[in-house]
Ligand binder design. Structure first.
Ligand code: ADP
Ligand code: ASP
Ligand code: MG
Length: 454
């Protein structure tokens, strides 16, 4: 069997959902399990609805609820126009979820407090809606699809908004719930991104972009032959095509490189996606649902060794510098420092040390205030917001000195705040001003992928 995951743009409207159905029709002999994201952009709107409600802006929030309802019901009518009875049934089911959303918005307005748990109750609705709609559309297209409530399979801890999946429980549930559907010759369809707390069943989410992660966890649980991530670009490219015009397709890439790229900004793949697949040796493909005949990118262990495979970047990064008041590398100092980040569940992306200071970057600054309070115990703390990072990733990056010197030459006079070469030697990361990320990516891409830009 294989797992096919369709991102938001691949299920964005009726036309896209019909394309998705035809991709699955061509794969029936491989026993596909389908994982779907919310209709493109829905999760962002849901999060705005939660924010507005809690700020007391209920009229705006309810207007947004109705906007989403309209969009979903319009696509339902388009998809099911030949079968009015089933169109009414699905519209009723979706509408009930929108009524629940409106009730949640009103409750948040009254409470005036947004907990991570209630945020997940709202954010998870996108995938609950899309999975119901996709099942109905698939049936209409002649596919024998069956809805699976992802929350019964994706068992997690209770870290709402970025819950940790519990693999043993997921393996057991996937085999108990999904396998019989496959054995019956049907196509299981479940929403990505969402799960529920082990024991209590309260709804959780796996963090933004988490549908890729769901697909990979299901694939690992069922020992899939392959995991296919269907998106709106031809595969993993040498850079984000929204930043670099002539980014080109990477046909094969190693798990480790793909994972570094994802972590350092290549949004095409959720960073955690690779781990469950790699542990089971399952190949992951990234494919374009608008151009299904394309070859896509294959992510595996044994990929060609290249000096530079791709350039990734991200903005809105926070740089934290801790200057020690005592001897920095004294025993226990670094441990104490990283314990602070662990305490606030904040992961560190880039690290550099000198004799007297340690600099780290973080992506998620939501716990910055508490972090700073605890870090001050260790030394003087400086915070620099609006930084960005650019990473040059390649399995053969450190094979000779030429790549490093070309990289530094390309960065030229742009101000570098921090520099780090990963010990595995496959990732060179520079921290820059946030607004320098795009120009730095463009310069580096031009330097390393010259033939294509000439
Ligand atoms: P989906 O909704 O299918 O999950 P995403 O928006 O999460 O899609 O990811 C696809 C987007 O990732 C692309 O449209 C592209 O702009 C962006 N992207 C960033 N870096 C890369 C890269 N190196 N290769 C391909 N796409 C990339
Ligand atoms: N819908 C979720 C998000 O937008 C998950 C996903 O699409 O992967 O973050
Ligand atoms: Mg995504």
């Amino acid at each position: 069997m294989i797992v096919c995951k369709f991102g938001g743009t691949s299920v964005g409207d009726a036309e896209a959902i019909v394309r998705t159905a035809s991709i699955i029709r061509g794969r029936l002999h491989r026993q596909p399990v389908v994982v779907v994201s919310a209709l493109g952009g829905t999760t962002n709107v849901l999060l705005q609805i939660a924010e507005q409600s809690v700020k007391g802006q209920l009229i705006g929030a309810l207007r947004a609820v109705e906007g989403l309802r309209d969009r979903h019901l319009t696509q339902t009518q388009l998809l099911l126009r030949d079968d009015p009875a089933s169109a009414d049934e699905v519209a009723g089911e979706l509408s009930a979820m929108f009524d629940e959303l409106a009730a949640l918005a009103e409750a948040l307005k009254t409470l005036g407090d947004l907990t991570p748990r209630s945020l997940d109750a709202i954010a998870s609705l996108g995938e609950q809606l899309s999975s119901v709609l996709v099942v109905a559309a698939f049936r209409q297209q002649g596919l024998n699809a069956e809805h699976v409530d992802a929350r019964q399979v994706m068992i997690t801890d209770d870290r709402y908004t970025r819950a940790e999946p519990q693999t043993d429980a997921i393996n057991e549930a996937a085999q108990r719930i999904i396998l019989p559907i496959l054995r019956g010759g049907r196509i299981p369809v479940l929403g990505g991104f969402i799960g529920s707390v082990s024991g209590t069943g309260v709804t959780t989410t796996l963090g933004r972009g988490g549908s890729d992660y769901s697909a990979s966890l299901v694939g690992a649980a069922l020992q899939a032959e392959a995991i296919e991530i269907w998106t709106d670009v031809d595969g993993m490219l040498t850079a984000d095509p929204r930043v670099v015009d002539n980014a080109r397709l990477i046909e094969r890439i190693g798990f480790e490189e793909a994972s570094e790229l994802a972590s350092f900004g290549a949004k095409v793949l959720h960073p955690s996606t690779i781990a469950p697949a790699v542990m089971k040796g399952i190949p992951v493909w990234v494919l374009n649902s608008r151009r299904p005949e394309g070859t896509g990118t294959l992510i595996t262990f044994d990929a060609p060794r290249r000096a530079v495979t791709a350039i990734a970047g991200k903005t809105k990064v926070t740089l934290i510098k801790v200057r020690s008041t005592r001897m920095l590398l004294a025993e226990g100092f670094l441990r104490a420092l990283f314990e602070v980040f662990e305490r606030y569940h904040t992961s560190v992306d880039v690290v550099a040390t000198s004799e007297i200071s340690v600099s780290v970057t973080i992506d998620d600054a939501s716990r910055l205030e508490s972090l700073v309070v605890d870090l001050r115990v260790l030394g003087d703390v400086t915070i620099e917001r609006n930084r960005g990072i650019v990473s040059i990733v390649g399995s053969g990056l450190s094979d000779g000195g030429a790549t490093m010197s070309s990289a530094m030459a390309a960065i030229g006079e742009l101000r570098v705040h921090m520099l780090s070469l990963s010990s595995s030697g496959i990732n060179l990361t520079v921290v820059l001003d946030g607004d320098q990320v795009a120009p730095a990516m463009q310069r580096l891409h031009a330097a390393f992928f010259r033939e294509e830009t000439a």
